[in-house]
Design a protein around this ligand. Structure first.
Ligand code: ZN
Length: 121
C-alpha cells in the first residue's frame, strides 16, 4: 500500500482531491489504515470548517470491527459491524467499481486536515 502516506498519524484524516480518496487510521487506535473512496457510490466528504464523512465507516475486516461516523471532526461510535454487513459493503464496492487498490502509487499530494480531526472517543 504505497499510494497512501507511509506514516499516517493517529487522529488525522488525509485527503487526496486528485484521486478523490481519503485515508485515516482506524479511530479506535488499532492503526488499521482505513481508505474511503470519495466517489459516486463511495463516501461523501463535506467540509465547512469541520470534516464530516458519510456514510459510516465500518472496519469489519479489522479485528476491532469498529463502526463509526465522522461527524464535524468528531467520532460518533456505532454498534460493531457484523461480517455480513462487511460482505455487503465489499460487494457494493465492487459494484460501483471502487477499490482501495486502484489508486496510483504516488505520494506528496496528500493534504492533511490538521487540528482535532478524528480524536479518539
Ligand atoms: Zn480499529
Amino acid at each position: 500500500m504505497t499510494y497512501v502516506p507511509r506514516d499516517l498519524e493517529d487522529g488525522h484524516l488525509y485527503i487526496s482531491m486528485e484521486y478523490a480518496t481519503a485515508v485515516h487510521l482506524c479511530a479506535c487506535g488499532c492503526a488499521t489504515k482505513t481508505v474511503t473512496p470519495l466517489s459516486r457510490g463511495g463516501w461523501t466528504l463535506s467540509f465547512n470548517g469541520a470534516v464530516t464523512l458519510r456514510p459510516s465507516i465500518g472496519n469489519g475486516q479489522a479485528q476491532c470491527r469498529s463502526h463509526y461516523l465522522v461527524n464535524a471532526n468528531k467520532i460518533q461510535w456505532l454498534p460493531s459491524i457484523g461480517e455480513e454487513e462487511t460482505r455487503a459493503a465489499i460487494a457494493r464496492d465492487h459494484q460501483v467499481g471502487t477499490s482501495v487498490h486502484t489508486v496510483p502509487a504516488r505520494t506528496g499530494w496528500w493534504s492533511r486536515v490538521k487540528a482535532a480531526v478524528l480524536r479518539k472517543h
